[in-house]
Design a protein around this ligand. Structure first.
Ligand code: GTP
Ligand code: MG
Length: 438
């Protein structure tokens, strides 16, 4: 940090971004695209990226990740660019991080550290902040453990207890464990409130639709377009962190609830996935998942693969009757590419919907497709004995009644089309009514 700055705002830090290109890494992306993404992450932290390089890694050097020559080369570059921080777009062990900081005489941050830092800055709600803090501590704890085993190995396994390093680390571990326990307790409390809110919402039998996708794919822009809301949408990685909910009108006039969620990224630190598991319950429980993709990006396929992977890790059911791909940013496609992209979209299972959240093109077709997905439950026959007027009234309010027959004894038989949730709810509320397939 520059001491010359008298600004009250944090002074801009100059960064050098390095993407180590591990040979043979099982990845479908090219190194340049990964470097660019890392630069985007650094910029999301307001770092001024003055230089960026792909550094080929042929052999791993355990102490410093890079070989001696590369370490010096990067050190020179860091000096030339007057970098305050070098971003290494890979996972560094604490020892590597420390050694590199010494060699380069500046701060070093790795990919996980960078993403955790961005999340820490973006979290707005209390739950979001607690989750990020928990992820950060879990990450720190895992690093302490590693450092500790490393030290033990250094001491040659003499088994002498209480070396100075070890005591410090033991203390740190205990403190972190205590903080983690406290955070978890607070989170339980916050979540209890949110679960109550969610079950209140569940009482309204509207279908729920969740937006998921790679960061910067255009989820918030689409959310705003569909709900006429004003959620922050920015050309910045991880603009959205806390989930947002709004109601939405389907073309047939039925309301639905749309949720915008945190974006995903390749190699998302698993501590974060764990921490966000609860927030992403909105996704797990949604009736329809819209997987928003930036179809104009060269990395679109690789990004989609990453998103599916995270969703699977979260245990989200990716049933094709529930997940629709939304190919966004069609306005950016060159006119001559549109036809072939549209063809690819049609061949999907189910077909992908091509849209532009910015121009609104395709959004109507998207809503129709959503509507047909939540409409699939076939109609049922409901038999209500006499005196069950409340059940009948409920069905008229929450479903579409197709037929009505009244028995002489005052009983009523209705053929009614209901969403799956509404049906579940009806059966809970009115166990005395009889429901059969139509
Ligand atoms: N040209 C074009 N740009 C778009 C479109 N949709 C979104 N964008 C731009 O893409 C950038 C990212 O949009 P967001 O809506 O913030 O993306 P997001 O998926 O919510 O991103 P995170 O919250 O970071 O995960 C913004 O600069 C948008 O203006 C589109 O259809 N066409
Ligand atoms: Mg967003």
């Amino acid at each position: 940090m520059s001491s010359k700055s008298i600004d009250r705002e944090a002074p801009v830090q100059v960064a050098l971004v390095i993407h180590p290109d591990r040979e043979g890494r099982a990845s479908s992306r090219d190194a340049e695209a990964r470097l660019e993404e890392a630069v985007g992450l650094a910029q999301a932290l307001d770092l001024e990226v003055r230089e960026m390089v792909v550094a080929p890694l042929r052999r791993l050097t355990p102490a410093t990740l890079f070989g001696k020559g590369k370490v010096e080369e990067i050190g020179d570059l860091a000096r030339q660019t007057e970098a305050d921080v070098v971003v290494v777009d890979d996972a560094l062990t604490p020892v590597q991080q420390r050694n590199l900081e010494k060699a380069w005489d500046c701060k070093v941050i790795d990919r996980t550290g960078l993403i955790l830092e961005i999340f820490a800055r973006r979290a707005r709600t209390r739950e979001g902040r607690l989750q990020v803090e928990l992820a950060r501590l879990t990450y720190e704890r895992s690093r302490l453990v590693r450092t500790w085993t490393h030290l033990e190995r250094q001491r040659g396994g003499f088994g002498v207890m209480g070396g100075p390093g070890e005591t410090q680390i033991e203390t740190d571990r205990r403190l972190i464990a205590e903080k983690i326990a406290k955070l978890k307790k607070e989170l339980v409390e916050v979540r209890r409130t949110r679960t109550l809110q969610r079950s209140a919402r569940r009482r309204v039998p509207f279908p729920t639709v969740a937006l998921v996708g790679y960061t910067n794919a255009g989820k918030s822009t689409l959310f705003n377009r569909l709900t006429e809301a004003e959620v922050v949408a920015e050309d910045m990685l991880f603009a959205t962190l806390d989930p947002t909910l709004r109601s939405l009108k389907l073309p047939d006039g039925r309301p639905a609830i749309l949720s915008d969620t945190v974006g995903f990224i390749s190699d998302l630190p698993h501590e974060l996935v764990e921490a966000f598991r609860a927030t992403l319950e909105e996704v797990r429980e949604a009736d329809v998942i819209l997987h928003v993709r930036d179809i104009a990006s060269e990395e679109s396929d690789a990004q989609a693969g990453d998103v599916r992977e995270v969703l699977e890790r979260l245990g989200v059911d990716m049933d094709e009757r529930r997940v629709l791909e939304v190919w966004n940013k069609m306005d950016v496609l060159a006119p001559e590419d549109r036809e072939s992209v549209a063809g690819d979209a049609r061949r999907g299972h189910p077909p992908a919907i091509l849209v532009s959240a910015v121009t609104g093109e395709g959004c109507e077709a998207l809503l129709k497709a959503v509507s047909s997905l939540v409409d699939e439950a076939p109609p049922v026959d409901v038999y209500a004995p006499a005196g069950e007027g409340a059940a009948i009234a409920w069905l008229y309010r929450n479903g579409r009644v197709l037929e009505r027959n009244e028995g002489k004894d005052g009983s009523v038989r209705l053929a009614v089309s209901l969403s799956a949730q509404a049906l579940g709810q009806f059966e809970q509320l009115f166990p005395q009514a009889e429901v059969r397939a139509h």
